[in-house]
Design a protein around this ligand. Structure first.
Ligand code: SR1
Ligand code: MG
Length: 405
């Protein structure tokens, strides 16, 4: 449901969002409701609203016309709210259980009203605590297979795919990724942020022309290979979990890009947590258990993704050419190789670039934190440089487990 198109944009607050929702009949009575702004991301307001009459809670997410993490000096198009709502609705066609339900969206207000997931935990926070989630790999593997296949040329045919791709042109948010993931970490950019103690390691990376050439190739893929509709920012802060359920949120970076990009982001964040656990967890047994869980999750996610993607190609591939085993082998090799390279870029950006991750930055012991940051820089570079040498994610993970302990 599109709520309305009659107003122009106004930044909402905890009071005005209640009036808005009452006006749109998404709230019984604004005087009998409570609201809290809980957005801890980089770009948006997130209001949790409780209707005290029905007892129901909903989320109202509003995009700001600038990047909250930087300030008004970094303007951003509000189009991303429409893109996020459209992406959630698109994903709901194939994986309705894995995304929050959208109750309404308003392009003028850059607002999406959706299911409240307050009973869930942000995966990043859970993993930092050393929690494990039995269905995570199955769910993320299925999310990747279904969403990536459903918007591909092989599923839709080239004409329908291009019509869909037109709705997801997302220049501002792609520009953020292009800069923060593929460009800025590789030179002395103003946006970079890393401790002085890492300068030597970072400068060595800046001087590694072989690495920078490989990153340039991955950047070119990101810029030009519109293979399918991506989530665009699939880190562990974009996933909500319980023991039973998984919900992928926040697809405001959605666009048509290289199919390996989302898997790469997810793998990178598992690997960063894996490295961080070495310093976070003092109980040796618990440390090994959570690190094993992270590596197993990486492997299983890929296995689930690959199996389901192959099945989809075979059963739903639009033409004979896309249904052969040879073609599936070719495509999945490409997606895996790209995903490993993108994972490397995602690991490096979280150490050198503007936006870091709590898994690493929250390590209180400074020496321990620096050890993890150095290992992450090493791992990121190896993932990029060796991405063509791994024939499976299982092989990659065995190498990580042996080499990066
Ligand atoms: C300016 S936004 C910084 C980062 O936050 C988002 O989650 C994306 O990862 C983006 O790169
Ligand atoms: Mg986000």
């Amino acid at each position: 449901m599109t709520l309305t198109q009659t107003h122009s944009y106004k930044e909402l607050n905890e009071r005005s969002v209640l009036s808005y929702l009452e006006d749109k009949r998404l709230l019984t009575d604004k005087e009998k409701a409570s609201c809290k702004e809980v957005g801890d991301g980089n770009l948006n307001y997130v209001f949790i609203v409780k209707d005290e009459v029905t007892g129901k809670t909903i989320v109202a997410k509003q995009a700001l016309p600038y990047a909250k993490v930087v300030g008004e000096s970094w303007p951003l198009s509000l189009e991303r709210a429409r893109i996020e709502a459209s992406s959630l609705k698109h994903a709901a066609k194939t994986v309705p259980d894995l995304v929050p339900e959208v109750y309404g969206s308003d392009e003028d207000y850059a607002l999406t009203v959706m299911e409240d997931l307050s009973d869930f935990t942000i995966l990043r926070k859970g993993l930092i605590e050393g929690e494990t989630y039995p269905h995570l790999a199955d769910h993320v593997g299925r999310f990747l297979a279904q969403t990536l296949f459903s918007a591909s040329d092989e599923a839709l045919g080239p004409v329908e795919k291009k019509k869909l791709a037109k709705q997801f042109i997302n220049p501002d948010l792609c520009d953020i990724t292009e800069k923060l993931v593929f460009s800025d970490p590789y030179y002395n950019a103003d946006t970079n942020s890393f401790p002085e103690e890492l300068r030597e390691d970072v400068e060595a990376l800046w001087q590694n022309s072989g690495l920078k050439f490989e990153v340039a190739k991955l950047k070119k893929k990101f810029l030009t290979e519109g293979e399918t509709l991506l989530h665009g920012d699939l880190h562990t802060g974009s996933i909500f979990v319980t023991n039973e359920e998984t919900k992928v949120i926040d697809p405001e970076f959605a666009f048509f890009g290289p199919a390996g990009f989302d898997a790469g982001a997810f793998l990178a964040n598992l690997f960063l947590n894996y490295l961080a656990q070495n310093e976070r967890q003092t109980d040796e047994q618990k440390k090994q258990a959570s690190r094993q869980y992270l590596l197993k999750t990486a492997v299983k996610t890929w296995e689930v993704f690959e199996k389901q993607y192959r099945d989809l190609l075979k059963k739903k591939g639009i033409d004979e050419q896309s249904r052969t085993d040879e073609y599936a082998d070719y495509l999945l090799d490409k997606i895996r190789t790209d995903a490993i390279g993108f994972a490397g870029c995602k690991v490096i950006r979280r150490i050198i670039g503007l936006a870091h991750v709590e898994d690493v930055d929250g390590i209180e012991n400074e020496e321990g934190r620096l050890r993890v940051q150095r290992k992450a820089l090493e791992l990121g570079q190896e993932l990029i440089l060796k991405r063509n040498t791994f024939t499976s994610i299982s092989e990659l993970v065995t190498w990580i487990g042996g080499d990066q302990s």
